[in-house]
Design a binder for this molecule. Sequence first.
Ligand SMILES: C[S@@+](CC[C@H](N)C(=O)[O-])C[C@H]1O[C@@H](n2cnc3c(N)ncnc32)[C@H](O)[C@@H]1O
Length: 336
Amino acid sequence: MVGKKKRSGLLRRPKSITGNHTVPKSIKPQNARQLIRRFHVLEKNKFSIIDKIKRINNIPNLTTENYREILSKTKLFKDSYDKSFEEHKNTLTKKSFELITIDDSLTESELYQKLASIDAEVEIRGGLKAYQLASTQGQNGKRGGDSSKRLVEWLKESLYSHKLENATALEIGCLSPDNAISTSGLFTEVSRIDLNSQHHLILQQDFMERPLPTDSSEKFNLISCSLVVNFVPDSRLRGEMLLRITKFLKKPTNSSISSLFFVLPLPCVTSSRYFDKDSLNKIMKHLGFTEVHYYEAKKVAYWLYDWSGEVSNLNNHFKKQEIHAGPNKNNFCITL
Ligand SMILES: C[S@@+](CC[C@H](N)C(=O)[O-])C[C@H]1O[C@@H](n2cnc3c(N)ncnc32)[C@H](O)[C@@H]1O
């Protein structure tokens, strides 16, 4: 059964100023890429603002999902956020790409105003639905379609052929139940989840809130996490997502796999000031993963990792530090 949660944050139903939905039917590839990048910027800034508000007001459980519910009880939030939200909704257009600066000079009221401007922009751009449409139409087309085709190709190799009997899979961030992972016939069961389900066969669920398995029958032989970790707005949460994945994998046996299919936009590992392929593989090794396959397309990098069943002791081991200096670098990082 698909559980529909009350929508908040990016999950809020997209409406225009006039109340009409603004998600277009199709987006040109170039616009799609621009939209995807803008959503990442908005999400990242929203995360930093919530983090600051959390510290100022000492509300440790404040998140990008629950802040409206919690903060709307205060007059300062209502006065600053509501007014700014309406103002931005009436003035911003899909062509506005305002530079967002979040620093320590901002007052609490200014933080609420910035938060409102981000939310208004997300709404004007069509919310998470528009982001997903852009991901499907823009990125997918460019990289030759559904990324799980590559996974299926790899799994059909002799290395795995005798280890897939009764194998199950979990697809995190699933846009379609017709992806190769589901249609290949390699898995007896594929569970699909997404923050915003677009199909009744995809469970609407945040992986970070998926209840932990109580026994092996609730775990999977393969987890697919394609272009999801880069959507997570903070390096620490990205690391937590990777660690959490290990809790959902079955232990490998001589006759069954325990693997992770992982995909990132190529610049995350080729153009970051703080991260590269080596950093990723060090983290993955610590989590018990061994790289079995790697493929670099023009814009996207694909990995297939086998999991050993054991995670090494983690103690804030992988920190954010500059490893590639120079201009034109991005700030992508995963910490653990
Ligand atoms: C760029 S799309 C990628 C979709 C698809 N996996 C692919 O490779 O084309 C990222 C998807 O991940 C989903 N997502 C991001 N964080 C998630 C989370 N914590 N739990 C479940 N889905 C998530 C988003 O809703 C979005 O649909």
